[in-house]
Write a protein that binds this ligand. Sequence first.
Ligand code: UT7
Length: 330
Amino acid sequence: MNYFSKIIGTGSAFPERIMTNHDFENFVETSDEWIRTRTGIQTRRIADHSKGEFTSTLALKAARNAIEMANIPADQIELIIIGTVTPDSLMPTTANLIQAALGATKAFSFDLQSACSGFLYGLSIADQYIRTGMVKTALVIGAETLSTLINWQDRGTCVLFGDGAGAALLTRTTETNHSILGTKLYSDGSKGDILKIPHGGSKYPHYLPEYQHKLHSIHMQGSEVFKLAVRNMIDASLAVLSDHGLTPEDVDYFFFHQANMRILDMCMKTLKVPKEKTWINLDKYGNTSAATLPVCLDEAWRAKVIKPGDLILMATFGGGVTWASGLIRL
Ligand code: UT7
């Protein structure tokens, strides 16, 4: 018997607080006009610690929404993966916190660190476990509170990111016409310097004299990341399509990582994707890293813009550097 994975539920969650471009004008040299025209971002959500908004609580809300849509008991879930670079703590994992809170007692769970590619990496891993028959039902989450890793004095990065979480619930199917058709995952550590969080790990722990708090935050060579994100998301999209003998014209709907509107425009132009075939929420949420793709999927699904049988293509690019694509027949 050949097994495949089918998405049966999606969910998303955001902190309450909305931060506008104008808010940044109060503490860095920037403007609403620069941010809007250079990135397409207008607002982003920022977690409020005092209201109990952490990566785990956002992830839990998104997971509960996905489980409610799928209408299955949490104890049927056998695997929980969270893509995040902002876990609540290094131990226990945030995935374990979710496992306990959901009462998903049969699930094994782990956090996965591949920056903005975290959701597609997680989806691919869960898909492999389901295809081999080891797991029947899996929960994949992308959740971040990047606001905790922002250098609020660096105008080149602080305006770009936001907090949020998205989730997808997968289950085993034998029908290929409603399943994840394929995923492609890529890494290139030799370019890791262009988007990194240099301090705060075992090389520069907080107690060393060399440790600098301002290096325990996101550092990015924006234009290098920009060029690579465009090229690699396009290449990854074409690669997963070519694996299945398909072209961009065959795709009903596209989800690209939400980092910069100009990146999205270049991907759409090269792949000849009309704007009405792609979901854009970058203006509202900014770049929420691993959360962007599952949130887009959830929003488009709930808005009934995508429907069962549609061919969906996803592509992402993230720090470190990592990138990925996925092809799904809904
Ligand atoms: O999630 C992973 C994927 N992440 C991304 O894909 C992000 C990719 N990169 C980008 O989106 C863009 O490179 C940025 C939005 C980060 C920057 O846009 P850019 O058009 O590449 O600008 P730049 O870095 O070349 O900088 C141009 C100028 C510089 O000033 P000078 O040196 O020309 O005087 C920057 O200091 O824009 C300045 N600048 C700003 N000015 C006002 C950079 N950030 C800001 C800002 N407000 N927030």
